[in-house]
Unconditional design. Structure first.
Ligand code: FMN
Length: 369
């Protein structure tokens, strides 16, 4: 008798691929997930982080939660950084565990810019492209707070920020990561510079499309200079209507088209694209979202947002992306790849525990069977 096994053969997601120098045994990527578990004064990743990422080492590639490139980048509680020696040592334990379990892991680098709050910055005002409030919310030790009107960054601030990204990329290499991902999405620093509503600068970092993308490209050049070969990815969210200041229109999409063409000339491992969120207000479904960037970027593309096993297999099978990343599914299904392979049901995570700290809702989701 032949058992009806849900085989891997019909699942393009389960076939290996290369993203630059990164060799993936499958195309199921763990998307970055802020989990606010570094509840110690130095924002150091702990043994809990090693356990959490180790449980998910079956992913073709893990992208860590966003991590601070400096103290000035901070804009959320209990998120670990990668700028101090203690943080590098903490991350080394994480990468050692993931590698011992056969996984691959890249570190997402994060800077919140104007979307921070004085409560994160020792009372200082956050800095962004111009003195314009991004009208976002930030999770502070006192709960969610509205952002304020930031200070406009000087050219010196910008150059220092580029250097902080370069140092963080070097730290990630020392911590044993396989690469880094520049987090240029959401309502955060790079997205603020790219946004004509928030970037009113008249200098080289504003004024027109080329000026607005200069900060990100300078950072890409600095970060790639720290890595041999293609081990740096960039994550973008052109369709994200993160706050009322982030409006998705043809002008902005045109800016992103040119940005992606410029990224195409850089030695990147991949482009990680968050597509439209069908449930989010202000975001319109666009069936061409991934095709638009596939045309403009010759390197590997990771697609994200709202995928399940079937829709991800369909996209990869049709050549629309090289890999698909999953965030919320990885919260509650540490063994997501084997669940896909075996056709097992997926567990649902509890959003109340996403940021609450501690092991509950973090390392206590069991593998199936
Ligand atoms: C709890 C939570 C934390 C997140 N943290 C990050 C983050 O640190 N960096 C990032 O680029 N995206 C972050 N995201 C966005 C996810 O990576 C992903 O784009 C989004 O959840 C959609 O993917 P999904 O449908 O597979 O969940 C986060 C999402 C959630 C739900």
């Amino acid at each position: 008798m032949t058992a009806t096994l849900p085989t891997t053969l019909g699942q393009p997601l389960l076939h290996g691929t290369d993203l630059g120098e990164l060799r993936l045994p499958n195309r199921v990527v763990m998307a970055p997930l802020t989990r606010a578990r570094a509840d110690n004064p130095g924002l150091v990743p702990t043994a809990l982080h090693a356990a959490y990422y180790g449980q998910r080492a079956g992913a073709g590639l893990i992208v860590t939660e966003g991590t601070w490139v400096s103290e000035r980048a901070v804009g959320f509680v209990n998120v670990p950084g990668v700028h101090s020696a203690a943080q590098v040592a903490g991350w080394r334990r994480v990468t050692d565990v993931v590698h011992a379990l056969g996984g691959r892991i890249v570190q997402q680098l994060w800077h919140t810019g104007a979307a921070s709050h004085p409560d994160h910055l020792g009372g200082d005002l956050p800095a962004g492209p111009s003195a314009i409030d991004p009208r976002a919310r930030t999770f502070t030790p006192g709960g969610f707070k509205e952002t304020l009107t930031p200070r406009a960054m000087t050219v010196g601030d910008i150059e220092a920020t580029v250097e902080e990204f370069r140092l963080a990329a070097a730290n990630a290499r020392r911590a044993g990561f396989d690469g880094v991902e520049i987090g240029a999405l959401g309502a955060f620093l790079f997205a603020q510079f790219l946004n004509p509503r928030l970037n009113h600068r008249a200098d080289a970092y504003g004024g027109d499309r080329a000026g607005r993308r200069k900060l990100l490209l300078d950072v890409v050049d600095a970060v790639t200079s720290e890595w041999e070969g293609r081990r740096v990815g960039v994550r973008l969210s052109p369709y994200m209507a993160a706050t009322e200041c982030f409006v998705v229109d043809e002008e902005l999409l045109g800016d992103f088209d040119e940005l992606v063409a410029a990224l195409n000339d850089r030695p990147l491992a991949y482009l990680h694209l968050r597509g439209p969120d069908l449930a989010a207000p202000g975001e319109t479904p666009d069936p061409e979202a991934f095709a638009r960037y596939r045309k403009r970027f010759d390197g590997p593309l990771i697609a994200n947002n709202g995928f399940d096993r079937d829709s991800a297999n369909a996209l990869v099978g049709a050549g629309g992306a090289d890999a698909v990343s999953f965030a919320t599914h990885f919260v509650a299904n540490p063994d997501l790849v084997s669940r896909f392979a075996l056709g097992r049901e997926l567990a649902a995570g509890d959003p109340a525990t996403y940021y609450q700290g501690g092991p509950q809702g973090y390392v206590d989701y069991p593998a199936a069977g």
